[in-house]
Design a binder for this molecule. Structure first.
Ligand code: SAM
Length: 202
């Protein structure tokens, strides 16, 4: 992301989309989770919020750049998140180490989408959950969103459809793929996709 946009992004209100994280957490049970990975830290408020609502878990949050991070302004839980500068297609994390991998408004701008799914599957423990919240590629605003992103933020941006995500998940060996939308906002801009690392059923 070019610096002027990073500066703009880093000034956006801090709590603007913790609702996206909360809606995701309402769909999966992470009460026993020990380690949770976020990909796409941004300002860091999502990881800080997760560390408050999952106080038993250690949060890790990866971003290609930690320039927007505002840790001094973030009130986090008893275990503050660990922020790591790294690229999503090459996570510097051990295999089978995470109970969940969560991406909020991040997947659309990542390079090597299939490799990102493979990496998420690699770092997930058996039965771990992949949680992805992003723009629905079928929404009428998806193309204008891509045009704006291509012009000002990243040429990589692609608003994925549920079918594209399902295929990426299947190729990465993830199962039980499903897409959920907020009740009353079934035709909304945002969708939540979930998949699990499970052996194939006999
Ligand atoms: C739109 S922000 C979303 C951040 C946060 N999850 C939120 O909801 O505000 C997308 C983030 O993805 C990060 N990003 C872009 N390319 C990346 C890559 N290759 N690996 C890891 N993070 C990347 C950007 O630096 C940015 O912080």
């Amino acid at each position: 992301m070019p610096s002027p946009f990073k500066r703009l992004f880093s000034r956006l209100p801090m709590a603007r989309s913790t609702r996206a994280y909360d809606f995701a957490l309402a769909q999966v049970d992470l009460n026993q989770a020990e380690r949770v990975l976020e990909i796409g830290a941004g300002q860091g408020y999502g990881a800080a919020h997760l560390s408050r609502v999952l106080p038993h878990a250690q949060l890790f949050s990866v971003d290609i750049s930690l320039e927007c991070l505002k840790p001094e302004q973030l009130e986090s839980g008893p275990k503050p998140p660990i922020f790591i500068q790294a690229t999503a297609p090459a996570l510097p994390l051990a295999a089978a180490s995470m109970d969940a991998v969560i991406l909020v408004m991040t997947f659309h701008c990542l390079p090597e989408p299939q490799q990102v799914f493979h990496e998420a599957a690699r770092v997930l423990k058996p039965d771990g959950a992949l949680i992805l919240a992003d723009v629905d590629g079928h929404h009428w605003m998806a193309r204008p969103f891509e045009w704006v992103e291509h012009a000002f933020i990243s040429p990589l941006t692609h608003a994925y459809t549920p079918e594209e995500l399902a295929q990426l998940a299947a190729h990465a060996g993830l199962r039980d793929f499903r897409v959920v939308r907020r009740p009353g906002k079934e035709k909304g801009f945002m969708m939540w996709a979930f998949a699990a690392k499970r052996p194939p059923s006999p």
